[in-house]
Design a protein around this ligand. Sequence first.
Ligand SMILES: Cc1cc2nc3c(=O)[nH]c(=O)nc-3n(C[C@H](O)[C@H](O)[C@H](O)COP(=O)(O)OP(=O)(O)OC[C@H]3O[C@@H](n4cnc5c(N)ncnc54)[C@H](O)[C@@H]3O)c2cc1C
Length: 498
Amino acid sequence: MRIPLDSSPYDVIVVGAGPTGLFLACELAMRDMTVLVLEKDASPHSEWKCGLHGKRGMYGVPLVDAFYRRGMLEEIFQGHKTPSHCTRLEVQKADLSRWKHRLPLSTEFHLPAPMYQNQLEDMLCARLEDLGGQIKRGVEVKSFEQQDDAEETSVTLKTVDREYRCRWLVGCDGEKSNIRTKAGIDFVGTGPQFVNYVAECDLADPESLGEGLKPSANGFYITPSPGTVFAMDFSLDQQDTRSITREQFEQVMRRITGREIVVAKLRSCTATANDLRQAAMYRKGRVLLAGASAHHHPSLGGAQAMTVGLEDAVNLGWKLAYTIRGVAPSTLLDTYERERYPYAKEALELARVQIAANRPTAEGKAIKSIVRQLASSRENTTLLLEQAIGLGRQHNLNGSHPLVGYSAPDVVTDGGRRLGAVLESGKFVLVHFESGECKTEVAELSDKSSVLESVSCLPQANLELGAMLVRPDGIICWATDSSFNIEEASAALAEYIL
Ligand SMILES: Cc1cc2nc3c(=O)[nH]c(=O)nc-3n(C[C@H](O)[C@H](O)[C@H](O)COP(=O)(O)OP(=O)(O)OC[C@H]3O[C@@H](n4cnc5c(N)ncnc54)[C@H](O)[C@@H]3O)c2cc1C
């Protein structure tokens, strides 16, 4: 039987409507790409993504910046200004003044904030719909073929009842990614180190677990509020069972605490035993990976899994769109893996340190004690925050100015707009701090107007900048302290745009 073909070829097909796939699809659709998201689950609201089980800490300052530059920050954080459920660093102690070029938002907004995965996905779906992108649910992608010789349509995807064609395919299909497996990309790392339980339950004796975080013989547990238990079990008896029974959970809690715990009623319980792995490459031909399909982190306090995935989407979206439009050099897409791989690797390393420090062994206790001592100083709290939430992140880009590679400061233009709002267009932005002085030179760049905007700002006392070129993802790729220089700005732009 011949499988019918979905009518027209898409610029990009994204497999997986999780946070990464949806945000990436938005980034592409806002640049007029034809995008289709294929999602195997028929319903967007699995138990896994909602309520207690769907609670996710957002740890990334770069992600906060990205939401801000899409006009989504207030909606997503909905006024949350408290640190998320599990980071244990004393954020107030950090020296935020070290980052004088950061967005001038309330410092509390720079902290991790809690979020429910289903709510985030709902917002991204609504945005994608507004931008003209499509989602098809209940469609599992089992395999695909790349046609190397075809110019226009290069990947064909096969599902049970239909074939789809696209120019580029992005696997955002999570840890067990079919796309990664079929592309033959290795997932390198280690297996699970512990099982994480999230339960809503009534205990026969509500006092039996006490309150707060309690280390124990086989792991530790937290009871943040009556009826809620988070537990980490290092004995690894239960393997990634997404729904477990009251009896199983009772056994788990007895094993972890070493005490007789009676669970009167278990309303819901999920268990995860996550690998720590990273894809050996993020691109093979016309197939790319982003989010959990490219790097998989354990679910424990300080894990940045979702955040790193969403940041992948911001980095990849404009590069893929400009490549498809034919306005970028063929090397641009390679910078996606070059820029993103190190951050997922760093996040995995941080997770490994956390696991080692939480292991219920003499070695684990020793590591934790030393990490605590080190983290007690202002200097080290700042250092750990820089790493854990990307506060001081600098991309390794060409350019000699010290601000190159950093997220751009949110300066106010002569027209009274913030740079964050200007970046909502998704283009490069040339900012010159010499009102009116360099209009003629800037006009020379008018043939780039489909990818470049130019704004002028009053000189900013705290920045001492003459001009800066900001990439569509908000990263400074050229800056000067002296006057605007058209040759330098054009050369910096030429690295990204033909
Ligand atoms: C208990 C728990 C707590 C967590 N806490 C945090 C936290 O505090 N902070 C944090 O940053 N992260 C946290 N995470 C991790 C976070 O949930 C993931 O990193 C994030 O969901 C990854 O997003 P993604 O879009 O890359 O992949 P996923 O969310 O896994 O989405 C992949 C999508 O692809 C679909 N799919 C899979 N295969 C196919 C196929 N063949 N065809 C079509 N569709 C397919 C899936 O149905 C799914 O919808 C936690 C995870 C768990 C389990």
